[in-house]
Design a protein around this ligand. Sequence first.
Ligand SMILES: Nc1ncnc2c1ncn2[C@@H]1O[C@H](COP(=O)(O)OP(=O)(O)OP(=O)(O)O)[C@@H](O)[C@H]1O
Length: 273
Amino acid sequence: MLKISHVSRRFGNKLAVDDVTLEIPQGQMVGIIGRSGAGKSTLLRMINRLSDVSSGYIDYEGSRVSELKGQALRGWQRDCAMIFQQFNLVPRLDVITNVMLGRLNGRNPLLNLLQVFSADEQFAALKALERLDIAQTATQWAQTLSGGQQQRVAIARALMQGPRMILADEPIASLDPRNAQIVMDSLRDINAEGKITVITNLHTLDTARAYCERIIGMAAGKVVFDGTPDELTTDVARTIYGADGLKEAFSEALTSTSITPLTLKTSSAQPAP
Ligand SMILES: Nc1ncnc2c1ncn2[C@@H]1O[C@H](COP(=O)(O)OP(=O)(O)OP(=O)(O)O)[C@@H](O)[C@H]1O
């Protein structure tokens, strides 16, 4: 269980996240939606401790994540993998090495520097790439891959950490609909098969509805909705996006990133209406 208790984050005068309290059971697939600037990324970054809370607490399985330091903090960041809109791969390294870098936190820094990886690590990286159906790209430079392939490499790298949770910050915002679907299908399958909690920020309503069993809506730093896709009515969407943002949220859903799941493995995930 991840517990977020009265968490706020301030940047100067700006309250980016405002008194958020949430409980996320292990293994849930959660989508966070909201307009640009609503505080979605800041919330994810605080969970992963890329950013510190200004006030409040974050706990995971009884451990106070928001106060971890040193090795314990690195341990948490290994348990709680993060993927980003821009993939964050090393462009001039081959794919398999990029994936093995997912083990960084658990390894001797000197070996990292020399990029020496054991046979076991190479095997695990290949298995992770196979799981994402891109093992054939293992020896290519990361920068030669399409955006969708790069995001799958980033997910494979996250899997190399052996995480209990994956945080995805707008993972499909830079992808075309087909690749967006492949990436969301991968996240959904990893969630369903491995009981790995997935919390993903998403720009579009339809993707959140199609893939997430629970949707959290944020506006101006606050949680303004927390429920199932069925409960996310047009009125609720208006609260999340505002009357002027609503058109954008729905029209986006009908155009560039409109996707539906390829295969449904979880009973709670429903295709977009
Ligand atoms: N490092 C920072 N310094 C100053 N202000 C910041 C910083 N990070 C975020 N903010 C501000 O906090 C608010 C919330 O930003 P955040 O990136 O969390 O929103 P978001 O919902 O993820 O938006 P987007 O969808 O555009 O990424 C915004 O007003 C943003 O400008």
